[in-house]
Write a protein that binds this ligand. Sequence first.
Ligand code: FES
Length: 187
Amino acid sequence: MATTGQERIIQPRVSDIRKILDEQSNGASSLLAVLEDIQHQYRFLPRDALIMVSERIPVPLSQVYSVATFYNAFSLKPRGRHCFQVCTGTACHVRGATQVITRLETLLGIETGETSDDLEYTLETVNCLGACALGPIVVTDQGYDGMMTISKVDKMVRRVHSLGSENADAGKPAQVDAAATDAVPPA
Ligand code: FES
């Protein structure tokens, strides 16, 4: 699996992963808790961290990946500080989800499924959220926005962007210089 530029920026520190493992690792039953902590710290699950988890717990790496890919809360790719999730269920689709996606792609400068280079924004689609009457729906870190129109999308992005400017460092994932001495070496 190739390492992306964003993954190179967010190199996990051996010491950070060890700390999580020291606090949470307690056999195979602790796998979920360990992955949750790593996801929380990096906003994704770095491959090298998963290898450390597999060796330490210990469970086969295939089992670690199986859990990591089963739950939507986990991501194997770096994610932005702000995530926009557009529902593409049937009702939202009929009510204009495609136009909402197109507008978000334009405003954020990324395609669906991508994260911006500065790790600020991720744009994703999700299946029916069970609130079809409010479609089309977009979920952000601030909650649900329903009955979305192009102008509402514009306002939502401005709101999220201004929030980001106010808390520029607050939600940054753990990032280290790739040359840091205890960065996990690429496998
Ligand atoms: S289709 Fe979007 S909430 Fe049901």
